[in-house]
Design a protein around this ligand. Structure first.
Ligand SMILES: Nc1nc2c(c(=O)[nH]1)N[C@@H](CN(C=O)c1ccc(C(=O)N[C@@H](CCC(=O)O)C(=O)O)cc1)CN2
Length: 295
């Protein structure tokens, strides 16, 4: 019997504008004036200036005054002038949008299980149209949640064809975000480019420590007192992508590598689910090789 999906939350007409630009005076004033002139009130606003690079970041959530209707394409078009004045990199979207997330897995199912439960229970407001795996092991979990499972085996020789199948699925299913939930294949530079800014990986260590394979064993042998996990955007430089979220857990001398690994799984689920939540709420902005997260 499959788990019944939670009812979609009541949709309120909220909208979010995220932007970054070279810092200068008057940005917040210009955005606020635009919203007032278009009969909108601010629900939430966060801003940050990175003094190292003199760049300004902002996320403002807003709603029509007195619950009036708001035409998003018209608002976007009207905002173009302000965006040009301040050389903004920006995005405006309705918070009622349910991003479409494709999850990639191999044999470890703890992160997949956590994401599916969160999505099914309404804690993560996303659609999951497909799960892709290079192994068949987790097909049963997908079936339980009635999500199509695509077994796409990968070998050195078949990797290009496998990656083409993935990209076709991303296009056909109108995917907004690809999540590598312990997917144990290195994506090619071409695929990384195609998914730039919309692929998140969970690495099972506190990067930049213990990159690459078997990080828990590396950490155990180093005798660390904290282990953790890192959710980051995927780039062609393995485990070097901009970090979105990290989570840690304390370990001690009495824990062997297996105990450390079991403890680490919870930190992976926590870091990855937070990263997916914040990305799908447009709360993560790229700041060079770093991120600004308006959580
Ligand atoms: N281009 C990128 N691809 C992937 C990234 C990334 O940051 N950039 N993150 C990895 C996840 N990962 C560590 O978190 C990781 C996965 C796989 C490997 C690896 O050596 N894989 C071998 C095959 C292993 C197997 O078949 O079981 C390989 O691809 O040759 C290292 C690190 C996901 N991909």
């Amino acid at each position: 019997m499959s788990a019944p999906a939670a009812p979609a939350p009541e949709r309120l007409d909220h909208f979010a504008l995220t932007l970054s630009c070279p810092d200068r005076a008057g940005i917040v004033y210009a955005v606020s004036r635009f919203l007032v002139e278009h009969d909108c009130s601010i629900v939430e606003s966060q801003q940050f200036t990175d003094r190292d690079v003199n760049r300004f970041f902002m996320r403002v959530e807003f709603a029509p005054v007195a619950g009036g209707a708001l035409d998003l394409p018209t608002m976007r078009s009207a905002f173009e002038a302000t965006a040009a004045d301040f050389s903004l990199t920006w995005r405006m979207h309705a918070t009622s949008e349910r991003p479409r997330v494709l999850i990639m897995v191999s044999k470890y199912g703890h992160c997949l299980n956590d994401l599916l439960f969160r999505a099914n229970s309404g804690a993560l407001d996303v659609e999951i149209p497909a799960i892709v795996s290079n192994h068949p092991d987790l097909a049963g979990m997908a079936d339980h949640y009635r999500i199509p499972f695509h077994h796409v085996p990968v070998t050195k020789d078949t990797k290009p064809e496998a990656e083409q199948k993935l990209l076709q699925l991303v296009d056909d299913l109108d995917i907004d975000l690809v999540v590598l939930a312990r997917y144990m294949q290195i994506l090619s530079p071409e695929l990384c480019k195609a998914l730039e800014g919309r692929a998140i990986n969970i690495h099972h260590s506190m990067l930049p420590s213990f990159k690459g394979a078997r990080p828990y064993v590396q950490a155990y042998e180093r005798g660390v007192k904290f282990i953790g996990a890192t959710a980051h955007y995927v780039t062609s430089d393995l485990d070097e992508g901009p970090i979105i979220e990290q989570a840690v857990a304390r370990v001690d001398h009495a824990m062997d590598a297996t105990a450390v690994t079991k403890l680490g799984r919870d930190t992976e689920c926590l870091a990855l689910s937070r990263a997916v939540l914040w990305h799908t709420q447009n709360r993560v902005l790229l700041d060079g090789h770093k991120t600004v997260v308006f959580s």
